[in-house]
Design a binder for this molecule. Structure first.
Ligand SMILES: NCc1[nH]cc(CCC(=O)O)c1CC(=O)O
Length: 331
């Protein structure tokens, strides 16, 4: 046992799902390696989004259902750092909190998962009328556009719950779309049938997908100093560019905006950011791409901003306005 510092334990908060706890354990291991003399505690709590597993995400309206319960505990000092999936974090945080660190991102790709026992190996091989389980309008709108032979049904719950719903012999689903890294992190990669991308299946991933975010109390220099070594430069710049794009388009996780980003050179100087905005029925889509030199956060933010403007100019604003005007009232 390492010599302890006498300092109080660092309290790490996260959602109470297997995936969230695995993620928080990974962060804890990283922090323990940096600060062997500190102790760390994980507090996994049920948040609003876990308690209501039936309402379609699209109908929630509020963007903070995964984060606000944890932020409350952060602000009152019951937690010191919260580990989120970056894609579940709204682009605007409470004034009292800050997104302090983005660690090295995993693969951001979505994947197709086919019901156990069915022979299909790709989106293209799915039969007419196959039912895709997804609660993400980003996924369903993109799929409707390119694969009009598919049907869609809402599926909610954590990864294991969704997999059980998919595999239920009496269930309605043929397949579902999930983020590949979520399955990989909890040892379910054998269930990934096909990796998807804009070039493979025609699916752009969500902003921030595959990345974690460490949130702290604003101005908590001590915790910031502790967690800062976990930050990854490339992942941070890429994710901040994607998030600025989203912020400019005023899209939460429940609007059909998909992105992809790649460094065009090995050293990571020129970033290509691509994005799609699709109408809910998949009939209209605007797709744009932009490459710029990015070596500072300001430049990443500027790239996101410019691509958003380019998308709006090409018609994305009209698509998003229509979606926002028709959004069901929160009940
Ligand atoms: N929307 C739920 C959510 N939030 C983060 C992940 C997995 C981790 C990630 O994609 O970053 C998932 C599940 C999924 O979309 O498959």
């Amino acid at each position: 046992m390492a010599e302890t510092s006498g300092l109080p334990p660092v309290r790490i908060g996260t959602r109470r799902s297997n995936l969230a706890v695995v993620q928080a354990e990974g962060v804890r291991a990283g922090l323990q390696a940096i600060a062997p003399d500190r102790t760390f505690e994980i507090d996994a709590i049920r948040v609003l989004g876990d308690k209501d597993t039936e309402t379609a995400l699209y109908a929630f309206g509020a963007k903070s259902l995964w984060t606000s319960d944890l932020e409350k505990k952060l602000v009152t000092g019951q937690l010191d750092v919260v580990v989120h999936c970056l894609k579940d974090m709204p682009t605007a945080l409470p004034d009292s909190c800050e997104l302090a660190v983005i660690p090295l991102r995993d693969s951001p790709r979505d994947a197709l998962i086919v019901k156990a026992g069915l022979p299909y190996t790709s989106l293209d091989s799915l039969p007419q009328g196959a039912v895709v389980g997804t609660s993400s309008v980003r996924r369903s709108a993109q799929l409707k556009r390119l694969h009009p032979h598919l049907k869609f049904a809402n599926i909610r719950g954590n990864v294991e719950t969704r997999l059980a719903k998919l595999d239920d012999p009496n269930g309605e689903f043929t397949c579902m779309i999930m983020s590949a890294c979520g399955f990989e992190r909890i040892g379910l990669s054998h269930r990934l049938t096909q990796y998807l991308s804009s070039k493979n299946g025609g699916i752009y991933h969500a902003v921030g997908q595959g990345a974690l975010a460490l949130e702290i109390r604003k101005g908590d220099a001590q915790t910031l100093g502790l967690i800062q070594p976990l930050a990854d430069r490339s992942s941070t710049l890429v994710c901040l560019a994607e998030r600025e794009l989203m912020r400019r388009l005023e899209g939460g996780c429940s609007v059909p905006i998909g992105v992809e980003s790649d460094w065009l050179d090995e050293a990571g100087h020129v970033l290509n950011l691509r994005a799609i905005v699709v109408s809910l029925d998949g009939l209209q889509a605007v797709e744009e791409s932009l490459s710029e030199r990015v070596s500072e956060v300001d430049e990443a933010v500027a790239l996101g901003q410019k691509l958003a403007a380019k998308l709006v100019e090409a018609g994305a604003g009209k698509i998003l306005d229509k979606i926002n005007a028709n959004r069901p009232a929160k009940t």
